[in-house]
Structures are given as structure tokens and as C-alpha cells.
Design a protein around this ligand. Structure first.
Ligand code: CA
Length: 245
């Protein structure tokens, strides 16, 4: 059971979302516009927010930034447009996940459940990948390593900060988890399925979701063109965070 804020201006859709989330055992609050949402964020204890982007008063991305200015509560955005650039901008602005309208109740429940689970474990670190008894230099225990260095990248899983060439990277929670996970297996190809299970911790996410986060991460690492320094895609196999030569 979690306290979830639904932000949606369409009364019919709002009622549907409230009914659905209540049926899943959540305590649901609601707001019909961006400023109403901000009021809730400042006043109520919330475990997660489902944020419609088409609001009458605030652009969705602005609403998201304003929420992020005061709270780290997980936000799942609901967008009407399946537009890569927009979705990347939203993830950059601090969204934890997104749904493209129209979405099913099952999709919403799955995404929200995943966000809540990650949030509950946010102070921890994804557990060691099963069956990867590789010659990794990281410790074999599930405790997060104190610090991981890969070339100019320095990642502190406990402090949840990452630096590239001395400059702090502004990463969303998911981007950080992804980067830290790949860094743990530096110079090894990590299959996307393993990333889904260990970083997303749910089998329902499709590969495209990883790709969207990877492209955002690439951009923040200053990667461009077909010869990335750090994040390499091994076609048909997976992703490799490499130590640049
Ligand atoms: Ca709307």
C-alpha cells in the first residue's frame, strides 16, 4: 500500500485512475492541475505521483521540474505522444518512468509497482546478477562497492553521485542505477535482459525503455557519433561500459 497522487485534469480519466489504484490497495490523492499537484507535494506524504502532461495551467515538463525542486518522490508521467525527444526530456527533468496514452490498467499498475519497489530499495543497490560468476574485480557480496572508477568516470554507489573527468553528472535515479550497474561489470558485455531484471527489476519493460535511458545517459557522458568512448552497444548481445584507451 502506498500513498499515490494522481494529477489529471480530465474528470473521467481521473476517476478511472483513482478507482484503479484504489483497487490495487493504494491510498490515492488527486489534483486537477499543476499547481494543485505542487500543493499536494508540499502538504501530503506521497510515495509516488502519476502525472498527466497535458495540464491546463502548467506544461508537464515544467510541472515536473517544479515538483523535483521540492521533492524526490518518484514520478511516472503519462504522455499522449510517443515522441523520443519528449520522453528523453522528461526523463532528464526527473521522471522515473513514463506511460504512453492510452495505457492499460495493468501497465500502470506494473510501472507504478516497479517505481515503488525501486524507491523502497533506493538506498540499496541492485543485487548481484545471478549466474554471473565472472572474473569481475568487484566484490562478490551484494553490498555496493565504495567507489567504482572506469577511465574518467567515478561512481559512488553509496553516495549516489557520479563524476566524469571531475565534473558531477546530473543523472536521474534510473540513469544512475544503470550507469552504476554497468560500471560494476565494466568491460564486460551485459545482456539487456540482465539489465531489465537487475536494474528495472521487472520482466515487463521492453528493450526500448533501456534504449531511451541509454541514449540520455550517452548524451550526458558527452558521447557522440558512432564511436562512443564509454557506452558501447554490442548488437544482439547487450551493452558494455568500456574503459577508454
Ligand atoms: Ca490532460
Amino acid at each position: 500500500m502506498a500513498s499515490v497522487l494522481v494529477v489529471e485534469d480530465e474528470p473521467g480519466i481521473r476517476a478511472e485512475l483513482i478507482a484503479l489504484l484504489t483497487a490495487h490497495g493504494h491510498v490515492v490523492r488527486s489534483a486537477a492541475d499543476g499547481f494543485g499537484a505542487l500543493r499536494e507535494v508540499t502538504q501530503a506524504h506521497l510515495d509516488a505521483i502519476v502525472l498527466d502532461l497535458g495540464l491546463p495551467d502548467l506544461d508537464g515538463a515544467d510541472a515536473l521540474r517544479m515538483i523535483r525542486g521540492i521533492s524526490q518522490v518518484p514520478v511516472v508521467v503519462a504522455t499522449a505522444r510517443d515522441d523520443d525527444a519528449e520522453i528523453i526530456a522528461l526523463l532528464d527533468a526527473g521522471a522515473d518512468d513514463y506511460l504512453v496514452k492510452p495505457f492499460s490498467g495493468g501497465q500502470l499498475a506494473a510501472r507504478l509497482g516497479a517505481v515503488l519497489r525501486r524507491s523502497a530499495g533506493a538506498s540499496g543497490f541492485p543485487a548481484g546478477a545471478p549466474g554471473t560468476a565472472t572474473a569481475s574485480s568487484s566484490s562478490s557480496s551484494d553490498a555496493p562497492p565504495a567507489r567504482i572508477t572506469v577511465g574518467g568516470l567515478e561512481i559512488d554507489p553509496r553516495g549516489r553521485v557520479a563524476h566524469l573527468d571531475g565534473a558531477e553528472l546530473q543523472l536521474t535515479r534510473r540513469e544512475f542505477d544503470l550507469l552504476a550497474y554497468l560500471a560494476r561489470y565494466a568491460d564486460q558485455v551485459v545482456p539487456k535482459r540482465q539489465i531489465l531484471l537487475e536494474v528495472w527489476r521487472e520482466p515487463y519493460v521492453d528493450d526500448q525503455t533501456i534504449d531511451v535511458h541509454l541514449s540520455a545517459l550517452r548524451r550526458k557522458l558527452g558521447e557522440r557519433g558512432a564511436r562512443p568512448r564509454y557506452l558501447q552497444t554490442v548488437r544482439g548481445v547487450g551493452i558494455k561500459l568500456v574503459t577508454p584507451r
